[in-house]
Design a binder for this molecule. Structure first.
Ligand code: PLP
Length: 423
């Protein structure tokens, strides 16, 4: 698309936007003066759909009305509540329903999946991870490695970015897997790096890894609801993601997991078990022998928090209505428009460290601002923008196609201009 400068052009794009009506289906935080903030932080915590309070209230009412009988009598019976989320969540990540379940929090799930899929041997014990993963992932990987009696310094290979860049080329990933593959037990990458916003080629990484006999998994925290994913087709062994970032399901909300169909009946895989993973037809017989369900559901441990699931249900209904194709189409335009306006700024202080190739990013742009410290970020906040600051000098912004407008992006760049160019 050809972009132009000026507010009128932004408003014209909004006018033509097929998804424009969704902005009002979300609650936008407001400033003290009563104006809404320009919210560009959906990569950290997505906004609340206005349908969420009612969805949660239904479960509170049924709890009040039925008590324990709600497990079977509630309008959405709690005993099978997670099943209400499965089909829609599977669509969001391009999986088959039996490959997906919603359970626990993300880091918990990374650990549980590593119990099954990180099976080091004396010859093959290493983990290959992306450069600078989200800290929780690093802690999880290192503690798993130690748990198996290895030294993280030796057992973890961290991909390094290309010389003078912040991102990792697919070619260097291929070379690393080629070179170290025989020693790598598990490749565990992000889908989109939280810091740089770089999106990785899941299909290719999976192919390279499998060719060398490695197990391949992904942490899709910044990819689910952001990229068009095709997990079944791309074929990684497993994945996990949270639902509170692009999936707008509320602070600390539950995580989704994917276990590829090829492992659905791998009952010999070691796993940490709990009663919710037991064959659901026999669960309440309370038998002594654990009999896991086939598919992703067999990894569940506990009966899930219904109030959190109600929020996920409300959010997934919106995703189901819009579909990832339309979301991604708008996302590409919105983010390219933001990139265009940033390039138009007359300053050499801003460097976009996110790849400019739309195939290698989602909606997030990470801006490294020369000579900036957190005071720049604070000034932007005072001027009505909620973004995200990462030391030493990076502002992360995520124009989210569901609830951000072209005008939001325009106004954000104007605020930045006021701080960096105009004085
Ligand atoms: C947000 C995020 C997490 C957070 O984990 P929780 O267990 O939900 O607190 C973990 N890993 C990645 C890559 C993330 O982006």
């Amino acid at each position: 698309m050809e972009y132009k400068s000026g507010l009128a052009f932004a408003q014209q794009l909004d006018h033509q936007d097929e998804l424009k009506s969704y902005k009002s289906q979300f609650s936008h935080p407001t400033q003290e003066n009563g104006n809404p903030y320009i919210y560009l932080c959906g990569n950290s915590l997505g906004l609340m759909p206005t349908s969420t309070p009612d969805a949660v209230k239904v479960e509170l009412e049924d709890w009040a009305k039925y008590g324990v009988e709600g497990h079977l009598e509630a309008r959405n019976p709690w005993v099978s509540y997670h099943e209400l989320l499965t089909d829609k969540m599977a669509k969001v990540v391009g999986a088959k329903p039996n490959e997906v379940v919603v359970m626990n929090s993300l880091t918990v799930n990374i650990h549980l999946l590593m119990v099954s899929f990180y099976r080091p041997t004396a010859q093959r014990y290493k983990i290959l991870m992306e450069y600078s993963p989200f800290p929780s992932d690093r802690y999880a990987f290192e503690s798993q490695v130690r748990f198996h009696g290895y030294d993280p310094k030796e057992a973890i290979i961290e991909m390094m970015p290309n010389e003078g860049e912040s991102t990792i080329s697919l070619e260097s990933i291929r070379e690393t897997i080629e070179k170290h593959g025989d020693e790598i037990a598990l490749i565990l990458f992000g889908g989109v790096n939280y810091y740089t916003g770089q999106a990785y080629d899941l299909a290719k990484i999976t192919e390279y890894g499998h060719r060398k006999g490695c197990v391949v998994g992904f942490d899709l925290a910044h990819a689910a609801g952001n990229l068009k994913l095709r997990l079944h087709e791309d074929g990684p062994d497993f994945a996990a993601w949270c639902s509170y970032k692009y999936l707008n399901s509320g602070p600390g909300s539950l995580s989704g997991i994917f276990v590829h169909e090829r492992h659905a009946r791998d009952f010999d895989l070691p796993r940490f078990a709990g009663w919710w993973g037991h064959d659901k037809h026999e669960r309440f017989l309370m038998s002594d022998d654990f009999k896991p369900m086939p598919g992703a559901e067999g990894w569940q441990l506990s009966n899930p928090p219904i109030l959190s699931m109600a929020a996920i249900k409300a959010s997934l209904e919106i995703f189901d209505e819009v579909g990832m194709d339309k979301l991604v189409e708008k996302s590409k335009n919105l983010t390219s428009y933001c990139e265009y306006l940033l390039h138009e700024l007359d300053t050499d202080r801003i460097k976009i460290i996110t790849p400019s190739d739309p195939a290698q990013r989602g909606c997030q742009l990470s801006l490294s601002v020369k000579g900036a410290d957190k005071s720049l970020f604070n000034q932007i906040s005072v001027a009505g923008v909620i973004a995200d600051w990462r030391e030493p000098d990076v502002i992360r912004i995520a124009p989210v196609p569901l609830y951000n407008s072209y005008e939001d992006v325009y106004r954000f760049v104007e605020v930045l201009k006021d701080q960096l160019v105009r004085p």
